[in-house]
Design a binder for this molecule. Structure first.
Ligand code: SAH
Ligand code: SF4
Ligand code: F3S
Length: 471
């Protein structure tokens, strides 16, 4: 079936379920794990659920449908899912709640087997390539009262035109590509998300235009490797329609920069090996592109990087940072780091600390290496013992925290452009927003300022936020 037809078919299932649910005031919960791509997928799942007549609740006990959108990038997500399923068993027995689990973890056979064996009360299991078929799966589960397993192992297509219910009305995520071809040796993502494929320029530009019309101010472009947008298509001569001059990631940034109404553009994650000069120049010259760049390091040691299959050395990473700092005024950087990759010695870990000291990241997301079934890293013999991993993690954490404290002090007395996002969660009297460098700033102000970019003078700093006053 072609893609448009498939979406039409799913829309007819949406109508069928809506009809069945008429007048019933049904509710759903959704628990999303993992990265922003998964959050964006959840917004699509919510869009479908709401069109089928369900309204969202935070209270599990009120729910008639419980959805989980899972991640498997590290082990802890599994514990979380199985813990939650244990809690749901009672609700299933008491009121027949429908339980649907989707996302990356469902692409793993050993997980599906475990669900079948230990949690047979789960109604629907769907994968990353069958998300768009959620209406059909739900319809069949209700109508035919049977268990649905809808997971395919081939590379899925990109489906356009699904309903979407976004979490925010200020900031929106736009997925520009699916999958990953990099096969970093620690990472499960290429196995559960399939091969890289990019969305059409026209579909992306039209989505962003529509968001601008709806009043959104900030757009985050998402993909596992955003700066190789359209690369596979070009390499494999897969036809794509150039639209508004877009034929690469750099030209995509340039085209979105021209869309009236959008004031900020962010993107995650780029790969250092694909950071070509045209992308650096586009960031420098597009005034709406935020100057915070997330540049995943993973390790600062060349040998470990080679084992990780990252395709850059410590020196190449540092040179890239130097080049970017020279060409992009006010550049700030954030990164991801893994400690305790198989074979990593104390000395090699020191290189990671060395890069962190040199680059002075704005933000570092730190992870303890987690073995993932099916990846080359899992088969490596020289796994680092847990206690050593933890010592290294703590060392890195204290270095990062001391740098953040240092860095926060530099903000005091400066004027920052802040996109005001709403009331502060912890203090309803205050408003909260973010700087270009993605720092949280809280301040006293009138609610009219929400969804505007304003100037704030930074008056004090705290570990995870700054305080400002209107300037
Ligand atoms: N495509 C992105 C992000 C992938 S997942 C990128 O290349 O940067 C997000 C982060 O999780 C990774 O950057 C990595 O730091 C971390 N991660 C991935 N696999 C991991 C594993 N097996 N153990 C610990 N951390 C992992
Ligand atoms: Fe995983 Fe590497 Fe792909 Fe990122 S680039 S998703 S870390 S394999
Ligand atoms: Fe997790 Fe899947 Fe994202 S494994 S990190 S949710 S792509």
């Amino acid at each position: 079936m072609n893609k448009e037809k498939e979406i039409e078919e799913q829309k007819s299932y949406i109508n069928k379920v809506k009809e069945m649910n008429k007048g019933k005031d049904l509710k759903y919960t959704i628990l999303t794990m993992g990265c922003q791509l998964n959050e964006n997928d959840s917004e699509k799942i919510c869009g479908m659920a709401e069109e089928m007549g369900y309204t969202k609740t935070q209270n599990q006990k009120d729910a008639d449908l419980a959805i989980f959108n899972t991640c498997c990038v590290r082990e802890n997500a599994e514990d979380k899912l199985f813990g939650k399923l244990g809690e749901l068993k009672k609700l299933k027995e008491q009121k027949g709640i429908i339980i649907a689990i989707g996302g990356c973890m469902m692409q793993e056979k050993h997980i599906i087997d475990k669900i079948k064996e230990s949690y047979p009360f789960v109604d629907i299991v769907f994968g990353t390539h069958t998300l768009h078929k959620f209406p059909e799966d739900l319809y069949k589960s209700i109508q035919e009262k049977r268990k649905i397993e809808d997971v395919i192992d081939i590379d899925g297509e990109i489906y356009e035109g699904l309903p979407i219910k976004r979490d925010s009305n200020i900031k929106a995520s736009v997925t520009i590509m699916n999958g990953c071809n990099n096969f970093c040796s620690y990472c499960i993502v290429p196995y559960v998300r399939g091969r890289e494929r990019s969305r059409n320029p026209r579909d992306i530009i039209n989505e962003v235009r529509e968001l601008a019309k709806q009043g959104y101010k900030e757009i985050t472009l998402l993909g596992q490797n955003v700066n190789s947008y359209l690369r596979v298509e070009k390499e494999k001569n897969i036809e794509f329609e150039e639209y508004e001059g877009v034929n690469s990631f750099a030209t995509l940034l340039t085209a979105i920069n021209k869309i009236d109404g959008i004031e900020r553009i962010r993107f995650v994650s780029p790969h250092p090996k694909d950071f070509t000069d045209d992308v650096i120049d586009a960031i420098a010259k597009c005034e709406k592109v935020c100057k915070l760049v997330h540049l995943p390091l993973q390790s600062g040691n060349t040998k470990v990087l080679k084992e990780m299959n990252r395709k850059y050395t410590k020196e190449q990473y540092l040179n890239l940072v130097e080049k970017m700092k020279n060409r992009i005024p006010n550049l700030t950087l954030s990164t991801d780091i893994i400690v305790g990759f198989p074979g990593e010695t104390d000395e090699e870990f020191e290189d990671t600390l060395d890069v962190v000291r040199k680059v002075k990241f704005e933000q570092v997301y730190m992870f303890i290496y987690s073995r993932r079934v099916g990846t080359p890293g899992d088969k490596m013999e020289n796994q680092v013992p847990d206690d050593i991993k933890h010592v290294r993690f703590d060392k890195l954490k204290s270095l990062v925290e001391s740098q953040i404290e240092e860095n926060n002090k530099k903000y005091i007395g400066t004027i920052q452009k802040v996109l005001v996002e709403g009331e502060s969660k912890n203090n309803k009297e205050m408003l909260t927003g973010r700087t270009d460098s993605n720092k949280v700033v809280i301040f006293e102000g009138n609610k009219d300022l929400i969804n505007k970019i304003i100037n704030l003078e930074i008056v004090s700093e705290h570990m995870w936020y700054l305080k400002g006053k209107e300037f």
